[in-house]
Design a protein around this ligand. Sequence first.
Ligand code: ZN
Length: 306
Amino acid sequence: MRLIKTSNTRICHAVVSYFSLPIFLFLPTLLLAQDFANVEITTTAVRDNIYMLQGSGGNIGVSIGDDGTLIVDDQFAPLSDKIAAAIAELTEHPVTFVVNSHFHYDHSDGNENFGRAGAYIVAQDNSRRRMESTQVLAGSGRVQEPYDEVGLPTITFFDAMRFYFNGNAIDLINTGNGHTDGDAQIYFRGANVIHTGDMFVRYGLPFIDHSNGGSMDGMIDALWNIAGLIDNDTIIIPGHGQLSTRDDLLDYRNMLVVIRGKLEQAEVQGLSPDAMLATEPADGFAQPNDNTTDWLLRAYGEYTGP
Ligand SMILES: [Zn+2]
């Protein structure tokens, strides 16, 4: 089944919605639409009936079985056919449910294609609200246009909901504002696998969407809540990067706690942004460059106010 809508509008949108990892959202690298033609979708078996697909954009979690197919996130719209083809290698069932970990384009721009193909889309309620209207992301200032009705979540939750699907109890949990104000953790309890969305990523300093409800304090709290949900046998599918463990997540949280401590100390001392930067709060965690500077300034703003 061909999923991609090939109007010029869609392709133009794809052109402006591509940012290269690992510095996406910091330094936009605009690629031509045909560059998506070079993206390959790779499939990694995670555990039991759970798989991870990687291409361009956020990691996709896949649950297959007799009940159908549930995926977590759907990357960029021009990749929908390739994603569907990769899923078809695993199961005869097309996608029944798409769960969005949050509203960002690199996780959700495939919604319209999968929605048009008949999938139900599920998300935390604030994520649906953000998909309904134009959003401007923190840092890059990238504009994310609203999705057509067919790409919007029709099933939403506030704090938590549970699926019984393919032999798993699958919990969708909002652990408070962190990366955005509409994040979902997707915990496949039977398989002991969790997809964290961008609350946990493997590319250094995490993007925190301060313009859309995200906060460093919230992310640190959310990571503590996630660590309490899972155990040392849990396999984590992060928002971006390789499969990880609870210890990896705690190390990442510790990095944020250390940096926050230095930012709060700078704030107590009344340091100007430049003086704060001179203390190198991210030393040992990130290279001193423009991306790190921008990140620190945004994070500092959380403690010093506008
Ligand atoms: Zn994101």
